[in-house]
Design a protein around this ligand. Structure first.
Ligand code: ADP
Ligand code: MG
Ligand code: ZN
Length: 647
């Protein structure tokens, strides 16, 4: 708020009025009564001389008001026929006695009734004003003069049928999300089809992903397609200053939706209310928690036949209260990611409509220049380009305008930290390509199902290898392949750039962990033997070594270290072999990744069709392939190989 506003606004005047009254009112009422003040002695003389016709003692103020028989002059000054004087407590008795003795008419020592009432009133006025001020503030905050009574009403906007309808055709490059939401649309428009088969229609759908990827757009598209009522509200609308308002808004919103079913309730930016309860400092935010609780209650309250679906969107799925994600609430979760090359091209085509461009303008080229851009960024690029073109009085948008627009969007206020520089993209492409190619060239590795160099979370890119069916044990050869696979990224960087990056830290960690377990837990080292070393149930509060104490000798520890080391070195050699023998395929793969950013299983298989396989390892001497049970979670962790970011 700026200062000028404070001084000209009504708030300032009301506060001034209150202050003035607080100061003036008491003065007004206490200086009631007559005349000028005289010394105590002068007053006493007047009483004793019989010049006084009436006296009134005010005990509380230690003061006496005198009405005189005639006008009184002191030191040449006319004081009129009424004066007052104050007395000290020590003289109080003398004063009272003197007045009693003078036997005055109308002598009284009680303040007048009316005066008492008046001072009460003076006392009340500031409070009245404060109450008025408070009411005025409340009306202001609820957004309008006559809104006081509507405080708990929901602020949801209802979209009418004649709203400019967004359809799925307006959303490009988010096929998976659109497909999922298509289903939601069918739930709403033909619920019988699903209920006949006893299927439960989901109550809540959560769209999550980085800002600007089209989550709000998707929700609007569902509304536009489904044709029911659509209530849109932002999470922050629920969170008000007063406890209980948010909760009553939620109640009201669901009531409205139920009356107008089939309906979609869209809660944008749900993290504003949906944050984990009790997470705030000092016990958290009561208001927010109440609102969240009410939301959960409402979602539990309507049954599957009510035909209401709640769609929520957030950039921060990680901070959401787990209760929101439980079955029967937002149990459908749809990721909305930044688009890949093909997606960007499609989005650009959507937004290029109605923008005249020079005939040879290449949309594909724009898509290629904008890795990491979201749908909102791309829409922004085309809009900026149109503005620049208009500014230069040209008729058609050309490459120069586009290039400048890209620069503007990139350098714009939202810094694109996740946008990779060209070299970093190349390193990532070779790194991920290295993982994938090693997996393809080895004999016990699961097939590569996806490679991407699109940054996601803290990973710069990732490669996914997924076993064809569920596995509950892993063999030594499979573990060795996993380690070689983990080294593949780093080795590719070595071979191609001779300057490895920190991006492999996570891979090295995984490889080392697996190798150490092979030696100390799985009994896969001939030198150490089938001995379990160290304790599995480590104390979480102490370091592993501290908790377990020394269970084996320094000598054995040295053997373990050298065994781990030799497993890793061997894996490194295998990866090196796979990548140098197939160097041309590695280059093709990296180029393709740089071009399209994401490759699926089929595309990868096509590129890998001529991969030279590494000969199988020699039979292990101390025991043939021995399946070892490892727990499911560690197995899953090893199927996805993220490359960690450089932070
Ligand atoms: P979010 O809610 O994920 O932050 P929005 O839905 O508000 O993003 O997207 C902002 C704008 O960006 C949309 O209005 C649209 O113009 C554009 N946009 C974003 N994603 C897409 C997409 N996949 N296809 C077409 N336009 C998109
Ligand atoms: Mg949004
Ligand atoms: Zn990696």
């Amino acid at each position: 708020m700026n200062f000028k506003k404070i001084f000209t606004g009504p708030l300032f005047w009301i506060l001034t009025a209150v202050l003035l009254l607080l100061v003036v009112v008491p003065l007004l009422f206490t200086s009631s009564g007559a005349g000028q003040r005289v010394d105590t002695n002068v007053g006493m003389e007047l009483i004793e001389d019989g010049q006084v016709t009436e006296a009134r003692i005010d005990d509380g103020d230690s003061r006496v008001d005198l009405t005189l028989a005639e006008e009184f002059e002191l030191d040449g000054e006319n004081l009129g026929d009424a004066v007052h004087f104050h007395f000290s407590q020590a003289r109080a008795e003398t004063v009272v006695e003197a007045i009693a003795e003078a036997d005055l008419e109308g002598y009284t020592d009680e303040p007048e009734q009316s005066n008492w009432l008046l001072s009460m009133l003076g006392f009340m006025i500031p409070f009245l004003l404060i109450a008025l001020l408070f009411i005025w503030l409340i009306t202001r905050m609820s957004g309008g003069g006559s809104r006081v009574m509507q405080f708990g009403k929901s602020k949801a906007k209802q979209f009418d049928k004649d709203m400019p309808a967004v359809t799925f055709a307006d959303v490009a490059g988010a096929e998976e999300a659109v497909e999922e939401l298509h289903e939601i649309k069918e739930f709403l428009s033909e619920p019988e089809k699903f209920q006949r088969l006893g299927a439960k229609i989901p109550k809540g759908v959560l769209l999550y992903g980085p800002p600007g990827t089209g989550k709000t757009l998707l929700a609007k598209a569902v509304a536009g397609e489904a044709g029911g009522s659509f209530y849109s509200i932002s999470g922050s609308d629920f969170v008000e200053m007063f406890v209980g308002v948010g909760a009553s808004r939620v109640r009201d919103l669901f009531k409205q939706a139920k009356e107008n079913a089939p309906a979609i309730i869209f809660v944008d930016e749900i993290d504003a209310v949906g944050r984990q309860r009790g997470a705030g400092v000092g016990g958290g935010n009561d208001e927010r928690e109440q609102t969240l609780n009410q939301l959960l209650v409402e979602m539990d309250g309507f049954d599957a036949n009510t035909n209401i679906i709640v769609i929520a969107a957030t950039n921060r799925p990680d901070v959401l209260d787990p209760a929101l994600l439980r079955p029967g609430r937002f149990d459908r979760q749809i990721p909305v990611e930044a688009p890949d090359f093909a997606g960007r091209k499609a989005i650009l085509e959507v937004h290029a409509k109605g923008k005249p461009m020079v005939p040879d303008l290449d949309i594909e080229q724009i898509a290629r220049k904008t890795p990491g851009f979201t749908g909102a960024d791309l829409a922004n690029v085309l809009n900026e380009a149109a503005l620049l073109t208009a500014r230069s009085n040209a008729d058609l948008i050309d490459d120069r305008a586009i290039d400048e627009a890209i620069d503007r969007v990139m350098a714009g206020p939202q810094k694109r930290t996740r946008l990779m520089k060209d070299h970093e993209r190349r390193v990532t492409a070779y790194h991920e390509g290295g993982h994938a190619l090693v997996a393809a060239a080895l004999n016990y590795s699961a097939p590569v199902t996806k490679i991407t160099i699109l940054p996601r979370g803290r990973a710069l890119g990732y490669t996914m290898v997924i076993p064809e069916d569920d596995k509950y044990s892993t063999t030594r050869n499979e573990l060795l392949d996993q380690i070689a696979y983990a080294m593949g990224g780093r080795v590719a960087e070595e071979i191609v750039f001779h300057d490895p990056s920190t991006g492999a830290a996570n891979d090295i960690q995984k490889a080392t962990d697996t190798a150490r377990k092979m030696v100390t837990e799985y009994g896969m080292s001939a030198k150490v033997g089938s001995v379990k070393l160290g304790s599995g149930d480590s104390n979480p509060f102490l370091g592993k070594e501290m908790a377990t104490g020394k269970e084996y000798s320094e000598e054995l520890a040295a053997v373990v270290d050298s065994e781990v080391r030799s497993i890793i070195d061997e894996a490194h050699d295998e990866a090196y072999w796979a990548l140098t023998e197939n160097r041309d395929i590695l280059d093709t793969l990296a180029e393709e990744l740089l071009r399209v950013e994401t490759l699926n299983a089929k595309e990868v298989a096509e590129i890998f069709k001529d991969v030279k396989k590494r000969p199988k390892r020699e039979i292990w001497e101390s025991s043939p392939d021995r399946p070892i049970l490892i727990d499911e979670s560690s197995q899953r962790a090893e199927t996805v190989n993220g490359r960690s970011g450089q932070d």
